[in-house]
Write a protein that binds this ligand. Structure first.
Ligand SMILES: Nc1ncnc2c1ncn2[C@@H]1O[C@H](COP(=O)(O)OP(=O)(O)OP(=O)(O)O)[C@@H](O)[C@H]1O
Ligand SMILES: [Mg+2]
Length: 260
């Protein structure tokens, strides 16, 4: 439940301009999807927003406070889900509270009942309560990614950042994970930022969209404004026709809701 302001954000790596004077504001509770081809700056934007990458110019404000280092109110979910295969779904989820309980308490699982309850609640949110005792490595890629979401929720963040959370999944699992991410975000009123390659999945689950191209913000708008022309502008020469759920509806900028 936090308001984010990105003001003139530029990030360079040597000669490479990864982000070029990007500005936008996000009110609390919004679900934003960042679109762009490989190398357009999506990960750099998300890493800057969680304090892992320092801006070259400009700033990021979270409720008016500059983000200069990682903060517990901001949780990040990665593509490679970074969960521990030998631990159960429950233990992985529980470890999301390590910043509150401390490392030793976390390793020895000496957290208090409220914290353990939080881990079970988070697994329930992502539909994995029945799998709580299952070792993570025995779970499917989609389930593992949902464990990653549960762990992020146990952190009790106000802002959720997800960098290509479904990039390595088949379309069915990808939609499942996105549905859980959106529902968790809605249920808890989280401001959520998610980068995606797949425009069709983005259209189905996103509320607002930010398009990056060569580090520049080339689009910022809502679903009915995300027309084929806009997608062409974001993706350049790449064939984008197949990226739509319903090409005709999009061509005519029909704003009909796509059901989940
Ligand atoms: N740590 C780094 N050192 C040097 N260059 C970097 C670094 N991180 C990113 N870049 C460069 O910045 C640009 C933007 O990269 P970024 O990873 O943000 O893109 P992306 O949109 O996330 O791409 P992808 O879809 O492949 O994940 C690229 O040209 C990349 O090579
Ligand atoms: Mg990336």
């Amino acid at each position: 439940m936090s308001r984010i302001v990105i003001d003139g954000l530029t990030k360079t790596f040597g000669e490479t301009v990864a982000l070029d004077d990007v500005s936008f504001e996000v009110p609390e509770g919004e679900f934003v999807i960042v679109l762009g081809v490989s190398g357009s700056g999506k990960s750099t934007l998300l890493r800057s927003m969680c304090g892992l990458t320092a801006p070259t110019e400009g700033e990021i404000l979270l409720d008016g406070e500059p983000m200069v280092a990682p903060r517990p109110e901001v949780a990040m979910i990665f593509q490679q889900h970074n969960i521990i295969g030998d631990l159960s779904a429950y233990s992985n989820a529980l470890s999301g509270g390590v910043h509150r309980s401390g490392f030793l308490t976390s390793v020895l699982q000496l957290q208090d009942t409220a914290e353990k309850h939080r881990a079970l609640e988070a697994l329930d949110t992502v539909g994995l309560l029945d799998e709580a005792e299952q070792k993570a490595r025995r779970m499917s890629g989609g389930q593992q990614q949902r464990v990653g979401i549960a762990r992020a929720l146990v952190q009790r963040p106000d802002v959720l950042l997800a960098d290509e959370p479904v990039a390595s999944l088949d379309p069915g699992s990808a939609q499942g994970v996105m549905r859980y991410l959106r529902d968790a975000s809605e249920e808890r009123g989280l401001t959520t930022f998610c980068s995606l390659h797949q425009v069709n999945i983005a259209r189905k689950f996103g509320q607002r969209f930010i398009g990056l191209r060569d580090g520049k913000k080339v689009f910022d708008g809502y679903r009915d404004e995300l027309t084929i022309d806009v997608v062409d502008e974001i993706y350049g020469d790449i064939d984008t026709e197949g990226m739509f759920v319903d090409t005709e509806a999009t061509r005519s900028a029909d704003s009909e809701e796509v059901p989940p």
